[in-house]
Ligand binder design. Structure first.
Ligand SMILES: *Cc1c(COP(=O)(O)O)cnc(C)c1O
Length: 420
């Protein structure tokens, strides 16, 4: 099936007389005829036991997302943050380290630099544009993963997935990609050598701002028996002495994540959330195409505007990442643009406060156009000097272009500019 068809049909195929639409299985519990049957399920979890770590509605959505990314399996979580956290904890224990690009989502930076540090896991941040010799210096004997974002939020840099996949594999470790902004419609990181993909499904996948969620997808291609990951090979005493690689082969990573981490942390989404996510996924291809068309027009409009100092959108020919975007994001660069208004913070605030159609929200990648002023919101704690170091100036606005008619979106932006 092509990806548009998978968005509608993968993961759930009704049998004779069953509902056409994915049913919401609102049950924590599943019945079995015998104690012996349940005992067997504990050895080999082939059926649903308990909705803390698997549920039929969520399972169907997991299978759909795995198909979209071209992976062997997926596991949904209650948020993107939970997906990122578990993707790392499945590989790293106290005393381990991993490498992450410095230009990633701020919530991931905080999780990696502060909270994981408290758990004894060290994150080494690197400049994703550094030379290979420079990047080599970040690898240590205890390095267990490399992490980057296809299209970084909010820096909008394009990550060189192939370069980092080669580097990680040279060291016998996997590459994890946060593919939230691209979605599998615009980029499938496994095709460029990535091993694990994570998403905040809260963004484009859901698309309607109705529920938070996350997902981890396993390519099934990484060799966990290479000596660097004994937890995958040695018997897991917390799980009847199972060896994940022996029992589950290419699905070792995603089953280990479910049977160890989801079992113990319990951040599994409700069936109703998965149902809503599925509705979003059904229209994802048509929405992503239109986001790309609208955002490119908005970026071109802003680039020509006399009150705009600079525009950052890799779809623009003038952008430093344009050539790389054509390789990784040939069908478009999704709907998020950042731009700086001449005159700094005061003018940016005036502009924001005079928009009528675009909503002023702490959200992004929504069906409705929305804006955020990072200097007053997500990066509020930073001084003007720190803002500059983070690549954010007081006049910068993040614009998430929605699916309204582009003429209405541009007219609204013009109202903001008229106020300056
Ligand atoms: C929002 C976001 C996250 C975190 O997702 P939540 O669903 O808000 O927990 C992670 N990565 C990226 C790129 C994001 O934009």
């Amino acid at each position: 099936m092509n990806i548009e068809t998978q968005c509608l049909h993968a993961g759930y195929t009704p049998k004779n007389g069953e509902p056409r639409v994915l049913p919401i299985v609102q049950s924590t519990t599943y019945c079995f005829d015998s104690t012996e049957h349940i005992a067997q399920l504990f050895d080999m979890p082939t059926e649903f036991m308990y909705s803390r770590f698997a549920n039929p509605t969520v399972d169907a959505v997991e299978k759909k997302i795995a198909a979209l990314e071209g992976g062997v399996g997926a596991m949904c979580t209650t948020s993107g943050q939970a997906a990122t956290l578990l993707s790392i904890l499945n590989l790293c224990s106290a005393g381990d380290s991993f490498i992450a690009a410095a230009t990633i989502y701020g919530g991931s930076i905080n999780l990696f630099a502060v909270t994981l540090k408290k758990l004894g896991i060290e994150c080494i941040f690197v400049d994703a544009e550094a030379s290979e010799e420079e990047l080599e210096k970040a690898f240590k004997p205890n390095t267990k993963a490399v992490f980057g974002e296809t299209l970084a939020n909010p820096a909008l840099t394009v990550f060189d997935i192939e370069k980092f996949a080669k580097l990680a594999h040279k060291h016998g470790i996997p590459l994890i990609i946060d593919n939230t902004f691209a979605t599998p419609i615009l980029c499938r990181p496994f095709e460029f050598g990535a091993d694990i993909v994570v998403h905040s499904t809260t963004k484009y996948m859901d698309g309607h701002a109705v529920q938070g969620g996350g997902v981890i997808v396993d390519s099934g291609k990484f060799d966990w028996t290479n000596g660097n990951f004994p937890d995958f090979v040695e018997p897991d005493e917390s799980y009847h002495g199972v060896s994940y690689t022996k029992a589950f082969g290419p699905m070792a990573y995603i089953i280990k994540a479910r049977m160890q981490l989801m079992r113990d942390f319990g951040c599994y989404p409700a069936a109703n959330s998965a149902f809503l996510l599925n509705l979003g996924l059904e229209t994802l291809p048509v929405r992503m195409k239109q986001y790309c068309v609208n955002a490119l027009q908005a970026a071109e409009f802003l680039e020509k505007h006399p009150k705009v100092q600079s525009v950052n959108y890799p779809g623009l020919a003038s952008n430093a990442f344009h050539a790389r975007a054509q390789k990784y994001l040939p069908d478009g660069c999704s709907g998020v643009i950042s731009f700086s208004i001449a005159g700094g913070r005061d003018n940016a605030v005036k502009f924001m406060d005079h928009l009528e159609l675009a909503s002023n929200v702490v959200h992004v990648a929504d069906i409705r156009t929305c804006v955020l002023h990072p200097a007053s919101a997500t990066h509020r704690q930073l001084t003007d000097e720190q803002l500059v170091a983070a690549g954010i100036d007081g006049g910068m606005i993040r614009l998430s272009v929605g699916l309204e008619n582009i003429d209405d979106i541009l007219a609204d932006l013009e109202k903001g500019f008229a106020a300056i």
